[in-house]
Design a protein around this ligand. Structure first.
Ligand SMILES: CC/C=C\C/C=C\C/C=C\C/C=C/C(=O)SCCNC(=O)CCNC(=O)[C@H](O)C(C)(C)COP(=O)(O)OP(=O)(O)OC[C@H]1O[C@@H](n2cnc3c(N)ncnc32)[C@H](O)[C@@H]1OP(=O)(O)O
Length: 280
């Protein structure tokens, strides 16, 4: 039913080529011919950490879906155990200044595109989803997660602060009080805990079940005229999108200041080591 790559993800734009990147395909888009619903699969092994290329390709895929008037979008992962490990720490560790700038601006763009897309969006969370992975999930309208994984904004545990638009997205998803607790603790919720707190909407028994449930959620909008649907969604979401649009440069400078702080660099080094040691 879902035909692979009917909507082709464009290869990297020229401005990325100057960093010597290869145009690997980190995003697969398949569209159900009957329903017009697209499945967008992140496929950057091993953990879908969000580097500049994955972020750019996701943004391109979502914008293409918008242009092609898709009926709905399901965001998922090709991995069996990780939805997304969040931002690629290697983009922030000893960064090339021009690339890290592009990285952050592209992440802002991706969030504004996903959070404000007109089509119904569902995250089929088939693996762990910390930090930036949680942001992507929360930016969708509906979340379905498989058991025995974790999700949350764990930034404070890493000694860093989630940007204001990450915070706004969580507040809009689970409410002020629960967001305050989750953010200050850097809490990673298990699937069951996430369901209880409203961070996810349903639990699925398998990826196939998650896709079926996502299709069902999106199917409800077949009877709703698209324009009132989109306007209602944007009435709720556009304030936070506009806030970031207006403060993009300020937000970038705040990020660059943190990333370039020697203390952050030391912290990143230790964190990378700890990730590697967990395996040993
Ligand atoms: C830290 C940022 C500092 C400064 C930024 C300034 C301001 C704040 C800006 C933004 C907020 C930040 C948002 C983020 O998203 S930061 C990223 C947070 N992510 C995490 O903490 C998750 C870390 N990863 C894990 O917990 C596990 O990998 C996971 C549970 C996802 C999967 O576990 P599994 O056992 O399946 O795999 P691993 O063996 O752990 O990993 C495989 C491989 O991948 C590497 N890896 C994992 N996560 C990342 C990552 N986020 N970035 C880069 N690389 C990652 C891991 O080291 C392994 O590598 P290797 O040993 O070479 O195989």
């Amino acid at each position: 039913m879902y035909s692979r790559t009917m909507l082709k993800v464009r290869t990297l734009s020229n401005n990325l080529k100057m960093y010597g990147s290869t145009s690997s395909n980190f995003v697969n888009v398949s569209v159900n011919d009957k329903s017009g619903v697209a499945i967008v699969t992140m496929q950057r092994e091993p953990v879908n950490s969000l580097n500049l290329e994955l972020i750019t390709q996701l943004k391109t895929a979502l914008s293409d879906l918008e242009r092609n008037k898709c009926r709905g979008m399901i965001l998922t992962s090709a991995s069996k155990s990780v939805f997304s490990a969040g931002l690629d720490i290697m983009e922030m560790y000893k960064p090339n200044q021009e690339r890290v700038r592009n990285f952050w601006l592209s992440l802002q763009d991706l969030w504004m595109t996903l959070y404000g897309c007109s089509y119904p969006s569902v995250a089929a969370i088939n693996g762990h989803s910390p930090a930036g992975g949680c942001l992507l999930s929360m930016s969708c309208e509906y979340r379905i997660m498989l058991p025995n994984f974790t999700i949350g904004l764990n930034e404070t545990k890493l000694g860093i602060i989630a940007p204001s638009w990450f915070v706004a997205t969580m507040k809009n998803t689970i409410g002020f009080r629960k967001a305050e607790m989750a953010l200050t603790l850097g809490f990673l919720f298990t699937t069951e805990e996430a369901l209880k707190v409203g961070l996810i909407d349903e639990v699925a028994s398998s990826k196939e079940d998650a896709i079926a449930k996502a299709d069902k959620f999106i199917g409800q909008f077949a009877k709703i005229p698209p324009q009132p649907r989109t306007i209602s969604k944007l009435m709720l979401r556009s304030k936070d999108i506009e806030t970031l649009r207006k403060t993009k440069e300020q937000d970038l400078q705040a990020f660059l200041q943190v990333v370039n702080d020697p203390k952050t660099q030391k912290g990143l080094e230790l964190y990378l080591e700890s990730l590697k040691q967990r395996k040993a």
